[in-house]
Design a protein. Sequence first.
Length: 276
Amino acid sequence: MASGGKNVIRLFTPDETRSWVFPVLFEDDHCIAVDKMSHMAVTHSQRFPDRPSLANLIRHAIAANARWVAKRGIRHLGFAYRLDFETSGITLFCKSDEVRQKIGDLLGANEERREFHCLIHGTPKEESFEIVAKIGWVPGRPEIMRAGKQGKHAKTRFEVLERFGGFTLLKCFPDTDRKHQIRTHLQHAKLPLVGDAQYGGNLLLLSKIKRNYRPRRDGTEQPLLDRAALHFSRLSFAHPMTGEEVDIESPLARDMQVALKYLRKYCPTRDQLGAE
């Protein structure tokens, strides 16, 4: 069972000076999934109180009985899981605590199937590989995780989708659900996410990939990708209330599509050059 189309919801700040539009990827009587853009938190952060969060925006919409809320008769929306601030893609909300608990049980038992797309520094030797390494907290740094011999069991499978000179587009299949799992595992393999400064990645700059690059007169440069290049692209699970199969997909975020366009143009592999 899947639902898509051009359906969207618009969320406003309480003073209505800012708003964001979220495409609805799936909806039934129990859940609603939206396509989250990057630089949007799922929950409020005490460390970064000025960041917008879906939880606060939705809470305001319900309190104000916004048009899309009234149309659906929504009284409650609770997030099923969290995506990182910079990660784009599928974000699932539940319309009751009962559904949220049952979805949480599915996630806790790893009975769902998740797919991510990511852009990394480096070129893996194999077309498919897996990383099995425990993930634990870094003492004194609550926002940083570390992969190694300490922590909880974690496993991620990867498939190469496209290679470039010095970069690779991967599809990721996390078999467990640990904080920063994909990011931490890729750092552990010395294949960090592009743009993920927290775990060893660098911004993608046109000046670094284009020969004869001409800088601006003021010497400044905007990165082609200004965040960790990670996108939650597919979520599948057996619906805990109806028993039907749910399959939700999110198209690759626009900024990652643009980054790939430039990499195909300026960073082809030797094989790609030979085929031209």
